[in-house]
Design a protein around this ligand. Sequence first.
Ligand code: H79
Length: 464
Amino acid sequence: MIEKTYTIMKNLIIAFVITFCFMVVGINPSQAQLPHEGDKMGWWKESRFGMFIHFGLYTVPSGVYKGETMGRNWYAEWIRTQGDWPNGIPDAEYREFAKQFNPEQFDADTWISLAKEAGMKYFLITAKHHDGFALWPTKVSKYNVVDATPFKRDILGELASACKKYGIKLGFYYSHWQDWGHEGGAMPPWPSKSLGTEPEMPQPTKEEFQKYWDKICLPQVQELIGNYDPWFFWFDTWEESEQITDEKVDELIAHVRKLSDKCLINSRIAFEYPGIDKKVDYLSMMDNRFPDGYIEKPWETSGTMNRSWGYHLLDFAWKPTKELLRNLVANASRNGNYQLNIGPKADGTFPKPSIKRLKEIGTWMEINGEGLYGADPNPVAEQEWGYITSKGTGEGEKLYLFVFDWPGEGNGLLVKNLAEVPQKTSVLETGQVLEVQKVEKGVEIFLPEFQPDKNCTVITLDIK
Ligand code: H79
């Protein structure tokens, strides 16, 4: 699966290099005046950092059923089919969680301001995950936050207002393929090609899925666009399925395009659909997968802070802030975004370890974010100690060096492949000017004796 994904990625890169060559060769002045197709991607590419939220009925049990965590992995949002493994929780019992869904401390302003403070520029939330439960008062099903829970508030509506207030762009995760809560929705594709042997899951017939598609999926996508005017969708298909045919993918893309000029679509709307990169706006990697090189088409990795997306009471494997920063910077240096997940708790608040990480990232971003927002990918070469981005300054170029692995011995930092000695080299946080010398393989920078930031120190180079 992972290899497959990388093969697809490699093919995409090749396809894009070829497309790009034709674009350059084929361009003429009148065409150059036209706004090009990629314009609506501008804000997305400049942003680099977004918040992903998994919140829903699964938040009530928070990964624990009958005192245990179970299943094929740590994904708490999967408890409906992973609890009491391998049987899953009976449908009727799972639906009962709706009566306990009452996140009394939910405050949209708090969530969005935390995203803003962390340096995130956009926000996406599970409007409907695989379980089928909707976080807005959808007209096509009673299985939603307003009609089925004591909370009765339009969570998406409140978040949409807060996003406007804070200047954060809103988008939705929408599970168009799997829907375990509505007749005809796809069930987990088990036994699974990518995830090993699992109990057999009966799938809907073609006709049943068609009914779900027409009565639930398409109308809900239309409602989401009509009610909240999202800037983007994040659809989720991650394995071959009988249900999501090429025709269905084309239909859903056309549906979104017809309803919104600005709404972006991700590549996980399909799985192994040749040429999908030309039909969608941005590529989504597999969960927590970070490619090791540049990709031309705008792309993103969505990643967790621990192992689960939905809040999980027993998942204590919180990743260090340094690792999260590394993911963000590595992706930016390779033309990609990072969408960092929070699984809010059943009371509507963010877990403490999540808040701590958001704040640590925010403090770092306030000082060093200029090297990421609107920055171009690394123009030099991949380096052993970290990552590089660049920005045009009018007179020349500014390079941002993100040093994650501080040299252990001596204080020389080699910037491989850098042809000329910069006019000025300094530490972004402190302003300290650093000495440099030209060496055979590039340029060597003499680092300060004391490491300014233990996670990642940023050094700027002014190049004429
Ligand atoms: O919403 C979250 C998940 O519930 C949903 N997509 C994300 C954003 C999802 N559910 N299942 N999958 C995605 C399939 C994922 C499979 C894998 Fe893996 C992720 C294969 C490799 C990375 C599972 C987890 C196996 C290893 C780690």
